[in-house]
Design a protein around this ligand. Structure first.
Ligand code: TRP
Length: 446
């Protein structure tokens, strides 16, 4: 029996859902802190190079595999190479998606705490410097971050149970444009701060003497994370695209909007970091300490803060939905599990690991391996290793093993366009080589 696969309803829906997957905490929370630790400008330059040379081609590759096979990451590889071992890439994807969901939900939980504190007056906007200790107290309480992580995963579950179309598409259509407008307002505000120029020069004046293999792999990991590529998310979403969707356009628009949001976030954060006399390299807490301080300077601080954290929470949800869809599509398509069961299983596993990630900022903060807490390890291993590794295999597969005609046909409706040739060239040569070389330099071989 062949079931018709559900499809996204509208053109806007396609863009809004892929952008909804891409835009999330990766742009607003992770990008500023990674850029801050990676030295600012040089990190940004490398990041942009990775997005263009590796990121966009890999999105195209995932789109092509997903839409032409109409299957999840496993099924897609099995569809094209029934006798090969390529579908093992699917295991990497599923492992990565569950690990990301676990630590991502912790940070999404922080946004819920900040909504709560903004509404109830717990965030004191009259004193601009209490936010550091407030964040510390919150994490130190242990039970609160855990509670929010669990609650966030339950929200994720509620939407997932309703299926792809209804839940995600509607929410993304409304939320993404509002978030965008709000970011522009905050950007303008940050640009008027006293020491804004220092922040801008940190971000836009690259100092290449600060580049180490660690910075390069960090920028690559951030690019994969932010574009939601390397584990089959875009592949799974593309399997719901209609035949009419122009994949070239969707891939480019997604990459452009995603990058724009990350840069807007950085332009909001860094002028403020320097104006408040703080260090840009504060790690994961950066945005949660700086943003409230920015809001405290605005009239109606609590309202801005509430609105912003609600949108950030929703942006996180559209991202976690997309990564959960990878394992749910696998369990329902390949293992014939019911959607209900698959959704619960995905949620329960993420909750289990999520608790440990949440406690990494509290009572488990002393448990470290190579100087990294459990949270840091989940974050580092997925972004910097598993996603680029998945991306490496996907680009090699599409560049070298997938029939050229299928690639052309899907990406450009059979036309031979320059864009298609460039993408294929990158997938064959540039992307795999670059990822490989970056890996080698990180382990000290180069
Ligand atoms: N890209 C999202 C963000 O920036 C996170 C995300 C969603 C993701 N799906 C993913 C990251 C798949 C890696 C892989 O917040």
């Amino acid at each position: 029996m062949k079931q018709k696969r559900s499809e996204f309803a509208t053109k806007l829906g396609v863009i809004a859902t892929t952008v909804g997957s891409a835009v999330g905490l990766g742009n607003i929370w992770r990008f500023p802190y990674e850029a801050g630790e990676g030295g600012g400008g040089a990190f940004l330059v490398i990041y942009l190079l990775v997005i263009t040379l590796i990121g966009v081609p890999v999105i195209c590759a995932e789109f092509v595999l997903g839409r032409s096979s109409r299957r999840n990451i496993f099924g897609a590889f099995r569809h094209f190479s029934p006798n090969g071992k390529w579908h093992y890439v699917g295991y990497v994807g599923i492992l990565a998606s569950i690990m990301i969901l676990s630590f991502y939900s912790v940070v999404a939980g922080w946004t819920m705490e900040y909504i709560y504190q903004s509404v109830t007056g717990g965030l004191d906007f009259n004193s601009a410097d209490g936010f550091h200790s407030q964040f510390g107290d919150f994490c130190g309480s242990n039970w609160r971050p855990v509670l929010w992580t669990v609650l966030f995963l339950l929200c994720n579950l509620l939407i997932l149970r309703r299926g792809v179309q209804k839940g995600v598409e509607k929410m993304s259509n409304i939320m993404m444009p509002i978030l965008f407008v709000l970011l522009i307002v905050f950007c303008v505000n940050s640009l008027t701060m006293d020491r804004a120029s220092e922040g801008l020069s940190f971000l836009f004046n690259p100092d290449f003497s600060k580049v180490t293999p660690g910075v390069v792999i960090g920028a690559m990991g951030q690019a994969f994370f932010s574009l939601s590529i390397g584990l089959g998310t875009m592949m799974t979403y593309a399997s719901y695209f209609s035949r009419k969707t122009d994949l070239r356009r969707s891939a480019s628009v997604t990459a452009i909007l995603d990058t724009l949001v990350a840069i807007l976030a950085a332009v909001i954060i860094f002028p403020a970091v320097f104006s408040f006399g703080q260090s840009p390299a504060q790690g994961p807490a950066l945005v949660f300490e700086i943003l409230p301080a920015i809001f405290s300077q605005l009239p109606g601080a609590a309202i801005w803060s509430t609105l912003f954290f609600i949108l950030l929470f929703l942006a996180s949800l559209t991202s976690t939905i997309s990564m959960s869809e990878v394992s749910i599509a696998f369990l329902t398509d390949e293992k014939k599990m019911s959607r209900e069961k698959a959704t619960w299983l995905n949620t329960m596993i993420a909750m289990f690991f999520g608790v440990f990630c949440a406690l990494s900022f509290g009572c488990l903060s002393d448990y470290t391996i190579f100087g990294m807490t459990i949270f840091d390890i989940f974050d580092y291993v997925t972004s910097n290793i598993l996603l680029p590794f998945g991306g490496l295999l996907i680009s090699i597969y599409v560049g070298w093993f997938l029939d050229k005609r299928i690639f052309r046909h899907e990406l450009a409706n059979g036309n031979s366009s320059l864009f298609t040739s460039l993408m294929r060239f990158s997938l064959r040569y540039i992307a795999p080589t670059a990822i490989f070389v970056i890996f080698l330099s990180q382990i000290g071989v180069l």
